[in-house]
Design a binder for this molecule. Structure first.
Ligand code: SAH
Ligand code: SF4
Ligand code: F3S
Length: 439
């Protein structure tokens, strides 16, 4: 009988891609995937630790597996991902959840098939975390979720050490993939019918450092833009400190590069930006926004914002609100500051009380949502190109796709349109999406 696996993934696209690799390796071993934990022979939890909430969810879900394992002793349980790279976390999981069979980190997922074999043969558990990143391993099989748009990692790790953030500790230092490897992967995807790629990295603007070949992110965009048959190029994330004029120019000039820049600001107060070690201030950030809006026609700008960083005063928070009003973001991910042990900000005095954080958070979300709805309204009556991704999540028989600016559009259409670029007229704007009709 064939074996079935179930993967649950928390966190960002880095983890999503690792899960696609694990799934690729498992399919090579003749496993098939299942959405149902109860019928799985293998369960993998790919964890995130960027905020405390993410960790609490993992603990909760692991508790539930205890029962499943009791029912089916042959079930193999694996826990991996960023959380396992945290100091003492893997040992802690082992102690609290002794029924877990394999614990591995972010730097050794390529070892998974051999760990799995060992566990099956010996029925002994494995705990292996590598402290340091290895060289990039090319050519791992990858089983992508979509057949239309693909995420392609162009660099791993992060060197920025923003004072609140744990990512550099759990993902290691920055390493860029060779442009030829990236190009070959994208050409292969285009050959398989993919229309869109999103280039991924914690700070794509510092792409190319340390490579033999001299290339920067703008150069990479220009190179990928030449790939025939590819229709759309997106990228994430841009760190403002490294967003050069050349990158803005490349976005404006390259026809396939979509008019959407995700530019996390984190706070609107120069004082807090400094304490966060972001290497820019409000004036510099606003000068970038101005340049982007001038040069990239009809661009959408989105961001990440943290509320309640240690020492944030009411005035600092008001600076964040006023920046949001000035930039008029198309959307923003908003987060409550979460203490991460081992990061410099965790040791700062004047942590903000939870009730103050929440009160500020609600005010911020009100502003972000109001502006998002207003920006969506501007689309009413316009004709836009969308890439049709599949059926609408609302289960209403409609299809869904995205504009080049990243807006979600629901519309009535035939399923033949899935995977195609079509024009739709926007008939109605909703708070977080648009409704259109095919023309
Ligand atoms: N490399 C990207 C984002 C990585 S994490 C960048 O620099 O923009 C995604 C987002 O999580 C961050 O942009 C930040 O807004 C948020 N985040 C990271 N650490 C956090 C923490 N300790 N508490 C709250 N939010 C956090
Ligand atoms: Fe974290 Fe900053 Fe690196 Fe982004 S750039 S991953 S926020 S340390
Ligand atoms: Fe989480 Fe790791 Fe991404 S900590 S946000 S999954 S890099």
């Amino acid at each position: 009988m064939e074996s079935k696996f179930y993967i649950e993934t928390w966190g960002c696209q880095m983890n999503a891609e690792d899960s696609e690799k694990l799934s690729g390796m498992l399919k090579k071993l003749n496993y098939t995937s299942t959405e149902n934990k109860d019928e799985a022979d293998l369960i993998i939890f790919n964890t995130c630790c960027v905020r405390e909430n993410a960790e609490l969810k993992v603990f909760g879900n692991l508790g539930v597996l205890r029962k499943l394992k009791a029912k089916n002793p042959n079930l193999i349980i694996t826990v991996c991902g960023c959380m396992m790279q945290e100091n003492k976390m893997a040992e802690d999981i082992k102690k609290r959840f002794p029924f877990v069979d394999i614990i591995m980190g972010t730097h050794n997922i390529q070892m998974f098939p051999s760990y799995l074999k060992e566990v099956k043969e010996s029925r002994k558990s494995i705990l292996e975390i590598w402290d340091k990143e290895e060289d990039i391993i090319e050519g791992l099989p990858i089983d992508r979720e979509s057949k239309i748009k693909a995420f392609v990692t162009i660099m791993y790790g992060c060197n920025n050490f923003c004072t609140y953030c744990i990512v550099p500790y759990v993902r290691g230092r920055e390493r860029s993939r060779k442009p030829s490897d990236i190009e070959a992967e994208i050409k292969k995807l285009v050959g398989e019918g993919y229309k869109e790629v999103t280039l991924l990295g914690q700070n794509v603007n510092s792409y190319g450092k340390g490579l033999e070949e001299e290339i920067n992110f703008a150069g990479l965009l220009r190179r990928i833009n030449k790939i025939e048959g590819l229709h759309r190029i997106r990228f994430m994330t841009s760190h403002p400190k490294d967003l050069t004029d050349d990158v803005i120019k490349a976005v404006a000039e390259c026809d396939k590069v979509c008019e959407h820049i995700h530019l996390p600001v984190q706070s609107g107060s120069s004082e807090i930006m400094k304490k966060m070690n972001r290497h820019y201030d409000r004036d510099y950030y606003m000068s970038l926004i101005k340049k982007i809006k001038e040069q990239v026609k009809d661009v959408a700008i989105t961001t990440d914002i943290i509320v309640g960083f240690p020492g944030e005063t009411e005035k600092d928070f008001e600076d964040t609100l006023s920046l949001v009003e000035e930039v008029r973001y198309d959307s923003a991910f908003t987060f409550l500051y979460s203490i991460r042990e081992g990061t410099p900000a965790a040791k700062l005095p004047s942590q903000i009380p939870e009730d103050v954080k929440h009160e500020r958070f609600n005010r911020l979300v009100e502003a972000v949502n109001r502006i998002c709805a207003e920006k969506n309204k501007e689309y009413e009556g316009k004709v836009v190109e969308i890439l049709v991704e599949g059926k609408s999540k609302n289960n209403d028989g409609k299809l869904m796709g995205r504009t080049r600016t990243g807006k979600l559009v629901n519309f009535i259409g035939s399923e033949d349109a899935i995977g195609k670029l079509i024009n739709v007229k926007i008939t109605k704007a909703q708070s977080f999406s648009l409704v259109g009709e095919e023309i």
